[in-house]
Design a protein around this ligand. Structure first.
Ligand code: SF4
Length: 293
């Protein structure tokens, strides 16, 4: 049984950076908190807890120490509140998200109505929106072109939640153009998600079974599992190696492995190791889209 790992899988740059920052903070003095779970991965959150990094759902729950801001970023007011309470902030906002926040603020300062293409209520979108509002702008959050409000007047600026597909940005731009508005577009999409999805889709076409590793509460892992299921009926969304049962691999000649952007390498290695115990042979090269050509 061949075992093939997608090369573009697992923790992305921004998540790895946030984890490193939280682990480094845990080695210092005083209490360390994250504002919300640092990543949507129960194993990692439990590991951080053992290292003294506690999850707080609100600043009101934190009395002292250091607070690590997640890769999703936050509204500027959150930093003000941390400062007022005498807490130390460690900003682990992903640089790609910072770019989206700064672009939204810059568009607002130029007098644009800012459209954020993304998921209303998502913490990253809330942070981007707050940066535009703080810069004196007005903001709409739209899922795609069909959501674009009527009656918008130029100038209009568009930024994008980093994990959105480019097709949604294009549909928003097209909808604005249909209404005679030529927007200023800041394409703030990060390619990490797209590369994981595209590679997972290709790998799933040649695999008899796919293991998609990551938290069940992780939307990017869930989306990867959906994409793989479209190509490979035997797709399993698992959180840990312990979930791999021999029956999942019965009759399988090629098993593919991928993982969401919030899944650390150690969890991917554990799953690969478990499949090797069950008779798999891990291919050193892994799988990238070039492997198909
Ligand atoms: S998916 Fe991209 S933007 Fe989001 S944390 Fe990872 S690297 Fe940063």
């Amino acid at each position: 049984m061949r075992v093939i790992k997608a090369k573009n899988s697992g923790a992305c740059y921004g998540v790895r950076r946030a984890l490193d920052m939280a682990e480094a903070a845990s080695k210092g003095v005083g209490e360390v908190h994250t504002l919300g779970e640092l990543i949507h991965n129960p194993g990692v959150v439990a590991h951080l807890e053992q290292q003294g990094v506690h999850v707080a759902m609100s600043i009101d729950d934190i009395q002292s120490g250091t607070v690590v801001i997640r890769s999703h970023g936050v509204a500027p007011a959150v930093f003000d509140k941390l400062l007022q309470k005498g807490l130390t902030a460690i900003d682990a906002t992903c640089p790609h998200v910072l770019r989206a926040q700064r672009s939204a603020a810059a568009l607002a300062r130029e007098g644009c109505h800012v459209i954020v293409v993304g998921e209303e209520g998502h913490p990253e979108v809330e942070g981007i929106k707050a940066h535009a509002l703080d810069a004196g702008g007005t903001v709409s959050v739209v899922a795609d072109g069909s959501d674009v409000p009527e009656g918008l007047q130029a100038p209009v600026g568009v930024v994008v939640q980093t994990t959105q597909p480019e097709a949604k940005l294009c549909s928003v731009v097209a909808a604005l153009r249909e209404r005679g508005v030529e927007p200023q577009v800041k394409n703030t999409i990060c390619t990490a998600t797209q590369m994981r999805q595209s590679e997972a889709r290709s790998l799933a076409t040649i695999a008899d079974a796919m293991m998609v590793i990551g938290g069940r509460n992780s939307s990017n892992t869930t989306r990867l599992a959906e994409i793989c299921s479209e190509q490979c009926a035997r797709t399993y969304h698992i959180e840990s190696a312990e979930e791999v049962e021999p029956s999942m691999l019965a009759g399988v000649e090629v098993v593919g492995i991928t993982a969401g952007a919030s899944t650390p390498t150690s969890q991917i290695d554990d799953v690969a190791g478990r499949i090797e115990e069950l008779g798999g042979i891990l291919e050193e090269d892994g799988f990238s889209e070039e492997s198909c050509s």
